[in-house]
Design a protein around this ligand. Structure first.
Ligand SMILES: [Fe+2]
Ligand SMILES: [Fe+2]
Length: 193
């Protein structure tokens, strides 16, 4: 049911697409189409990581529409798996290889944010959807991830700095994808046992 508003067919003629998002940023935010540039021209590593971000954001939005506990549990399992795999490939490959290209503080904070997310995921996994605070925790996790993704994607953020750096982000993208595939297979819950 996720509304697929990938590209707005008619660009608003408001010419504000170029530089400064300062004035109107909060007002025009509720459209939440999340059409933040998906970076078609980004190198593979960045495209892959951004695609992961979009996928999980979509799932958090979808979660809000759910009513049945079983549906919530199933969707949260998908979210948790995706986040575990994503944070792991960033921590194993992307972040360490970007040391030197990206500000140290920024990378350190990213690790800490990952740890925070993992703790919250573990708490949620120890619960059942009907319990008090389950939905609230999922919601807060979504907001937490949104914040973290912003740190990665915003102008001057981790991705922007890494694109200016020396690493071959095309080749790294292939390694990220390969590791992602491996981890998905490894961490995916054994469905039928
Ligand atoms: Fe990320
Ligand atoms: Fe991250």
């Amino acid at each position: 049911m996720a509304t697929t508003s990938k590209s707005s067919p008619s660009k608003s003629p408001s010419k504000s697409t170029s530089a400064k998002p300062s004035a109107k940023s909060s007002a025009a935010r509720k459209t939440s189409g999340r059409r933040r540039r998906t970076g078609r021209r980004d190198p593979l590593a960045i495209r892959l990581l951004k695609a992961d971000h979009r996928e999980v954001e979509g799932w958090f939005d979808e979660y809000e529409q759910l009513e049945e506990d079983a549906d919530k549990l199933a969707l949260f399992d998908k979210i948790a798996l995706a986040l575990k795999v994503h944070t792991q490939i960033e921590e194993e490959i992307f972040y360490p290889e970007e040391r030197g290209d990206v500000e140290e503080d920024m990378l350190d904070e990213a690790y800490v944010e990952h740890d925070g997310a993992k703790k919250l995921i573990a708490e949620i996994e120890a619960m059942q959807p009907g319990e008090d605070f389950y939905d609230a925790k999922v919601k807060v996790l979504g907001e937490y991830i949104k914040h973290h993704v912003k740190e990665e994607e915003q102008p001057g953020g981790i991705f922007a700095q890494s694109k200016k750096g020396d690493e071959d982000l095309e080749a790294m993208g292939e390694r990220l994808q390969a590791r992602k595939d491996e981890l998905m297979a490894e961490l995916a819950p054994a469905k039928a046992n």
